[in-house]
Design a protein around this ligand. Structure first.
Ligand SMILES: NC(=O)c1ccc[n+]([C@@H]2O[C@H](COP(=O)([O-])OP(=O)(O)OC[C@H]3O[C@@H](n4cnc5c(N)ncnc54)[C@H](OP(=O)(O)O)[C@@H]3O)[C@@H](O)[C@H]2O)c1
Length: 321
């Protein structure tokens, strides 16, 4: 078994001479269990624990956050019950300034009873985003937190309205050796980095973790059931994507979505959530066939995504979509 949180035996000076070339994404599972549904108190806690245990049993990596209700407490309970099955975790960290970084990690660790996690998902705003864009002091803190074993690596979150700092950081070469990749909504209805950042990520072969595997639910329900889509634009996109899904001949939306994510060569994993055993089982079944979708299907979805990004996403009000 690996020792994910053990202190390094390499002295800082030697570390400087031998920068680590091993990505913290090594061994990532192609489907990651997202935990928003574990924090939904409308689902009986025993049922949430059951799904958490099943996802742990399956050996999946998990994605979580302090923002998902009591998901961290549910996870803490599951980890105490099955300490040998504690998954590798991605958690949301960061915020507006350097001083918040450490606390944003620690507030997650305590309820889960852990001393460190695999990946910090850097959610960067305000001064911290600006510091990251210009190669500032935040990189020293990223390294320190890594040296202390609180995290093994980092992925940077990208939304349409947070893409620009990443374009600048990549072009400046500041992320090299410390940032392991990017994480953002990528599913048939959403591709959230700006087109500029998307192109930069492709040109620089940056690993991607895709989020919201099934875009919130089956495409026909998103299209046809009033109020099922969280926002109107998702219903409108479902109208455009449903015929492409139907043309593929694939029966399962979950299979279509997992295969779409993994049709992009830089995608290492896709993060989806469920509070139901039957839907977890569908994710687990679908992850066994990650064959890329036919080229014409990918082309049509990519064309829509490029257009949506320029015409809608980058003009959107922050956090409105
Ligand atoms: N900024 C961020 O960091 C960020 C933002 C959003 C999401 N995320 C991460 O990504 C994960 C997934 O995001 P998400 O929950 O928004 O999107 P999602 O996984 O695309 O959708 C989950 C929804 O789809 C339903 N569902 C799942 N499988 C289904 C199936 N086979 N048939 C019908 N319905 C199905 C689930 O309901 P049931 O519970 O009823 O199955 C749930 O309501 C989150 O848990 C979180 O970890 C991160």
């Amino acid at each position: 078994m690996t020792r994910p949180f053990a202190a390094s035996f390499i002295l800082p000076y030697e570390r400087f001479l031998m920068p680590s070339t091993t990505s913290a994404l090594t061994g990532i599972t192609p489907f990651i269990y997202g935990t928003t549904r574990l924090g939904d108190d409308k689902i009986p806690r025993a049922d949430r624990l059951k799904v958490a245990h099943a996802a742990m049993e399956a050996g999946l990596w998990f994605h979580t956050s302090r923002m998902y209700g009591d998901a961290l407490e549910v996870l803490g309970e599951a980890f105490r019950e099955s300490p040998t099955q504690v998954p590798k975790l991605i958690i949301k960290i960061g915020w507006e300034n350097i001083d918040q970084l450490r606390g944003s990690i620690e507030e997650n660790l305590k309820p889960m009873g852990l001393s460190g996690i695999q990946l910090g998902q850097l959610c960067l705003g305000g001064d911290l985003a600006e510091d990251y864009a210009r190669g500032g002091d935040c990189y020293k803190v990223f390294q320190q937190l890594k040296d202390e074993g609180l995290v093994q690596g980092y992925v940077v979150e990208a939304f349409p309205w947070t893409s620009d700092p990443s374009v600048r950081a990549l072009r400046g070469g500041y992320t090299d050796g410390l940032i392991d990749g990017f994480i953002f909504y990528l599913n048939p209805l959403q591709r959230f980095p700006s087109n500029q950042l998307w192109d930069e990520i492709q040109a620089r072969n940056q690993p991607i973790i895709a989020m919201r595997t099934v875009a919130g639910g089956p495409v026909h329900r998103l299209r046809d059931v009033p109020g099922f889509a969280w926002k109107e634009y998702l219903q409108q996109r479902a109208v455009q994507v449903a015929p492409i899904f139907e043309r593929s001949g694939i029966q399962s939306w979950t299979e279509f979505c997992l295969r779409l994510a993994h049709s992009f060569p830089l995608v290492k994993a896709t993060v989806g959530s469920t509070g139901r055993m039957e839907n977890l089982n569908e994710f687990l079944w679908a992850k066994e066939n990650l064959q890329p979708l036919p080229a014409d299907i990918i082309q049509d979805i990519q064309a829509l995504q490029t257009r949506w990004s320029d015409q809608v996403d980058i003009h959107a009000e922050k956090w409105s979509m």
